[in-house]
Design a protein. Structure first.
Length: 263
């Protein structure tokens, strides 16, 4: 399938590893030039170099923390300076800490809002003027299955990622007349560092082993296994494509059937 993405420019946040890197690799494979950002410089530069070598696209790496508005503005400015436009935005950030309500301070709530909600808001705010001018754009938010079926112990993620969903669904209606789509991808339990961290936290809290925590998730997933980052990345590339021009305002799970709801 020709996705019609050759020569487009995508900004992918948290792109140095995990889901962000997989999405960047998938888009690069479709001929998309890339603006990549993450907090850790060595891993980010290694990712950029690997994608350029693998796909031959042009890629810019910018060290930044998306919870800091000034960093977000700098990433966008440097991307526009190099490529002249940003056609595709993938918002993504490491998840907030796990914990039950009583363990979460006001500062932790504020940090979660900045990291998860306001990073998506500020990134969208920065790229939308150009998308509107060109009458074409794709905004894809990486959220979580927790927005459809809350996960025990993830109070911050359940709450703030749901706010991203509300923001995205409303924004989708506002920008649809300009040829811009806004969609959310909901990763399930996927083989990433984040899931390993959650498994470690559960094991510590319940006095079990990490392998037992992972095994418990496998038992809950109809497919009987964790997802692979590339499986989610394939959906991101499709939603970024010309073929997905009539899909907007959706939240699509990539979870092996874990969510039990009908919608």
């Amino acid at each position: 399938m020709d996705l019609g993405l050759g020569g487009k420019v995508a900004l992918v946040a948290a792109a140095s590893k995990g889901l962000g890197r997989a999405i960047a690799e998938e888009l690069g494979g479709e001929g998309v030039n890339l603006v990549l950002c993450a907090r850790g410089e060595p891993a980010l530069e290694a990712t950029r170099d690997a994608i350029v070598k693998m796909s031959g696209v042009d890629a810019l790496s910018v060290v930044a923390d998306v919870s800091v508005p000034a960093d977000v503005a700098r990433v966008i400015d440097e991307g526009l300076r190099k490529f002249g436009r940003i056609d595709i935005l993938v918002t993504n950030a490491g998840g907030p800490p796990s914990g039950v309500f009583e363990s979460l301070s006001t500062e932790m709530w504020d940090a979660a809002v900045q990291l998860t909600l306001m990073s998506a808001v500020n990134l969208a705010r920065g790229v939308l003027p150009g998308m509107k001018q060109r009458k074409w754009g794709r905004i894809i938010n990486v959220t979580s299955i927790a927005v459809k079926q809350p996960v025990n112990g993830l109070m911050l993620s359940n709450s703030v990622r749901s706010a991203v969903t509300g923001f995205a669904r409303t924004l989708a209606n506002e920008v649809a007349p300009q040829g811009i789509t806004v969609n959310n991808i909901l990763p399930g339990y996927t083989r990433t560092d984040r899931v390993e961290e959650l498994a470690t936290a559960i094991a510590s809290r319940e006095g079990s082993s990490v392998s037992e925590a992972l095994g418990g998730w496998n038992a809950e997933i109809p497919m009987g296994r964790l997802g692979e980052p590339r499986e989610l990345a394939a959906l991101a590339a499709f939603l970024a494509s010309e073929r997905a021009s009539y899909i907007t305002g959706t939240s699509i799970a990539v979870d092996g059937g874990w969510i039990k709801g009908l919608l």
